[in-house]
Structures are given as structure tokens and as C-alpha cells.
Design a binder for this molecule. Sequence first.
Ligand code: UDX
Length: 432
Amino acid sequence: MTSVRICIVGTGYVGLVTGACFADVGHDVVCVDNDSAKVALLREGGMPLYEPGMEEIVQRTVKAGRLRFTASIAEGVAHAQVVFIAVPTPPQSDGSVDLSYIEKVAREIAACLTSPKIIVDKSTVPVKTGEKVAETIQRYCPHRTDFDVVSNPEFLREGCAVADLMKPDRIVIGVTSQRPVPTMRDVYAPFEAPIIVTDINSAELIKHAANSFLALKISYINAVAAVCEASGANVQEVANGIGMDRRIGRAFLNPGIGFGGSCFPKDLRAFIKIAEQLGVDFRLLKEVQAVNAAQMDRFLRKITDTLWVLKEKRIGVLGLAFKNNTDDVRMSPAIALCERLLAEGATVRAHDPRAMDKARSLLPGVEFIEDMNEVAEGCDALVIATEWDDFKHLDLDRARASMTHPIMFDGRNLFDPVEMERLGWVYRSVGR
Ligand code: UDX
């Protein structure tokens, strides 16, 4: 294996996981962040975020001397053959992407570019951003140094980012010439994945098109779930039946209370917006958004159809993260659900295995319960809002005995409807 000297600018979710995994396979990595408190925390062995497996990788690669942290971009750039940009690209109010962090980092890299480097955009950006990054570096580079710009989108899912990075389905490398390709192949050789070398615009589009398609699959199965409910069919059987067709695939066909997180909602809006700016009305994706919003309304209607008035009702909510195995609550449908219940006048008690700290400030009206088995106490209904495996081990008998009424609204289809009725629950799930 050829070890490559790498700098990663931005130690957010993507930057940190990528940097740590690159170091773990033998590359020599410096991670840069302008937040010096975060750099200090990482240097002391602390973790700014929870991701299964990450802490161990950071600890062992730091110890091996292959991963370092600094607040100085000049130090990182001087060290590297390849500089990855992994800074936030937050949404703006009109749905377009705020590219100011990317632009700023491009200028900063340009200012300290004294020898030829490969500059790689890893952040999720709209098509045509790479062209702008190249222009910016050219303009702000005082030494007229030669460089290559590459687009290399990430496809990491929170909660299994390490596995996604170590065993990727494919690596996408967008370039304007073949010059940076051998070094980029060296970077990714240890991961033994198929590598697609393409132009920069296509690479950027692959990312938006992939995430939008996955969101479309979820909205599709959520719409099918509504038909299942109206007809008495079982959406799980339907998903299994269509998922066995290899052209369709079973993944991302789990109905629920809608998708959330920091990627799908934002990337959909950004893709619709950039398409619009390019003269394309992407109505299909607008419908994906509409179905997703309606999914939460339909779930709430299920609750009010059973409980009628929510005012003065005590409701237990299991799950606050936007999905399992993460402490991330950004755009979490579980948080939105709690807000809607509170707005209806209900009292909400909630638990999440990892996300309670981050949820606290968003949900000041909610009582947070440390033990998941205590959430149901005195409740009129129990709601499952996040697909944590932990909840499958809930003490159902204890929960049922402690409730005023044993009613469960399972927004993630974690339990078997027949078994739940047998155990004495009034049980409502999605599409079954
Ligand atoms: C996503 C993409 O999967 C990843 O490739 C990309 O790089 C970043 O965005 P992430 O946001 O971490 O990853 O989570 P993901 O596992 O895709 O789930 C997103 C949302 O969809 C969650 O709210 C989840 O609960 C929901 N979901 C997922 C469903 O409702 N049903 C499914 O079948 C799958």
C-alpha cells in the first residue's frame, strides 16, 4: 500500500470519520478545524460526536502517530499531497446551499499553496461548485502554484459511517484531467471498492441524485403504506415482495414517520433548487417532500383517532434521534412529533439511548427519562419514534401494567401486531 499524506479541513461528522479511517488504513493524516476548542478536545482524546467504533479508531491512530489535529490550515496544507475540504454546506431559506464556508476554505488553501497539491471537495455541493472552487484557488493563489481540483462525494450514513467508509459500494472521483487520478487511487486502494472516474459535474450530481433517490424510495413505501392501511394489506409483505426484485432492492423500503436528518431534507431542497436554477422543474422530488410531510400528519391522525383529544393526555415517546445508532437530532421527525404533541396540550415524557442531551434544549417542555422501561408510567399512550433496536427489548408487561391504557403507536414497525394484541395492547403501526 502507498501511504498518502492527507489534510482534512473540517472535523465535523464527515471530516472526522474520513480522517480517522484514512489514518487507520495507513495514510498520514492531519485534521484541521478553525474551532480551537474542538481541536483541544480531540487532542485530549475527547469526541465531539457519537459514532459507533469511531473513538477506538481515533485513539489507536493518534497513538500510532498517523492522525493529528491542528487549528492551522497552513500546517495541514504544508503536510499534505491531498487536501480534502469537508466543511458544512448549510441550507439557506430558499433551499439553496450556503457555499461560503467552501469558498473561504478555498481562499485559505490558495493563500498557503506553495507546491502542487490535489484539492478535493468532499462536502455535499450542488453541481458546478467544483468549477467555482478551481476559479477561486486560481484567483487567490499568490504563487501561481499548480493544483488539481477533484470532486469526491461521501455516502456515509450516520450510525454506520465507519462501516460505510471502510466497505464502500463505490468511490466516485470527479476530475478535469487524469493527473490526480493515480494519487486518488492510492488514497482509496486499501478500501478495495470499485472506483468511478468521471467529470466533476457528474460526480457532484451523483451525490444529490443518490440521496434524492433514496428519499424517493422512502416516500414511495410510505405512500404504499397508506394504501395498505386503507385496503387491509401489510406493507412489510409488500416491501419484501417488491424488494426481492434485484432491480428494486429491499433497502430503504421501511415505512415510518418520515425521513429526517441533516442530509435527505437538505439535499432534496438543494437538488430541486439547483435544477430550477438550471431551468428544470423537478416536480417528482417536490412530491417526495410532500409525501414525507404528510406522513407525520397521518401518524398524528392515528393518535388523535384513538385518543380523540390530546390535551391533558400523558404520552410516552421512545426515540428522539432522527434514526437509530446516532445522537443526532437535526431535522429529526421524532423531535417534530414531540413538538406537535406538546402543541396539542399533551404532557410528553421521552427517552432516547443517545440523543437526550442534544434534544433537551430543543424540547424544554418534555420530561426526559433515563430508563426506557419507566417512560410508560402513568401514560395514556406510548409512541415509538426512532428505530432503535434497544426498544425491541422493552419490558412490555411492565410498560402495559404501568399505563392508564396500554395503547402503543409504533411509528417504526418494531413489534409484531398479532403478538402485541395477544399481549393485551391496543397496537397501531404503519401500513399493517
Ligand atoms: C444519508 C444517506 O444514506 C448517506 O448515503 C448520505 O451520505 C447522507 O445521508 P443519513 O442521513 O445518515 O444518511 O441516514 P439514513 O440511514 O439514510 O436515514 C435517513 C432517514 O431516513 C432517517 O430519518 C431514517 O429513519 C429514514 N429511513 C431510512 C426510513 O424512514 N426508512 C428507510 O427505509 C430508511
